[in-house]
Write a protein that binds this ligand. Structure first.
Ligand SMILES: N[C@@H](CCC(=O)N[C@@H](CS)C(=O)NCC(=O)O)C(=O)O
Length: 202
């Protein structure tokens, strides 16, 4: 291996996509390894914790857990605060996104009736509470920490984009409409030239 490899499923979403975006914005020439669902079971036990993404760096053991990958890239390439307290505050928000995924992801595997009921409960209760907590911790503008995009913003972007596209059954695309700071982070990341360049790639 001569250059970093980021391994994730073949989809422009979630934990893998936020790490790809971070590597791209950091200017790192990396191998974007996209695996299909059929090859995953044989790979699973070879990964550090049984999940993707995994980042492989030459001469290092494989690194897993999206937040660890993002913080490493961010620290090395100016996409994570140098101040240790502010860095920890960013990591708190990154964990908040993981909490969202942990609560919502089980509904992806439910049958229709169960999914409808579970998501109605999320819309009534968990999702507004999650967004309210996110909103009150976004202290900067337009990004989480102020003027500059950091890895936490990529994580928030992927989380918000998941819902506001209107493609999550039984969850209205307006679910985060009452949280202007959260939407502003999403919009600022979407409008960032480096992010636009990633999505303009053939
Ligand atoms: N805490 C891990 C979670 C990893 C995870 O569950 N990834 C999902 C994809 S987003 C996965 O690998 N699912 C397949 C499986 O668990 O078998 C992280 O942040 O990377």
């Amino acid at each position: 291996m001569t250059k970093p490899r980021l391994i994730y499923f073949d989809a422009p979403v979630s934990r893998g996509e936020e790490c790809r975006l971070a590597l791209h914005l950091a200017g790192i020439d990396f191998e974007d390894v996209r695996i299909n669902a059929a090859s995953w079971p044989a790979m699973k036990e070879q990964t550090p914790y049984g999940g993707l993404p995994v980042l492989e760096l030459p001469g290092r053991p494989a690194l897993a857990h999206s937040n660890a990958i993002l913080v490493l890239i961010g620290r090395r390439h100016g996409l994570h605060p140098a101040d240790d307290f502010e860095a920890a505050r960013h990591e708190g928000m990154m964990q908040h996104v993981e909490t969202l995924r942990a609560v919502v992801s089980p509904t992806l595997r439910m049958g229709d009736a169960e999914k409808k009921a579970a998501r109605a409960a999320l819309v009534a209760d968990f999702l507004p509470a999650w967004a309210q907590a996110a909103e009150r911790n976004i202290l900067g503008s337009p990004f989480f920490g102020g003027d500059d995009l950091q890895v936490v913003d990529l994580k928030l972007y992927m989380a918000v984009r998941w819902f506001i596209g209107g493609k999550v059954d039984h969850i209205p695309a307006t679910i985060f409409a009452d949280y202007p700071r959260l939407i502003a982070v999403h919009d600022a990341v979407r409008a960032h030239p480096g992010v636009k360049a990633w999505y303009a790639k053939p």
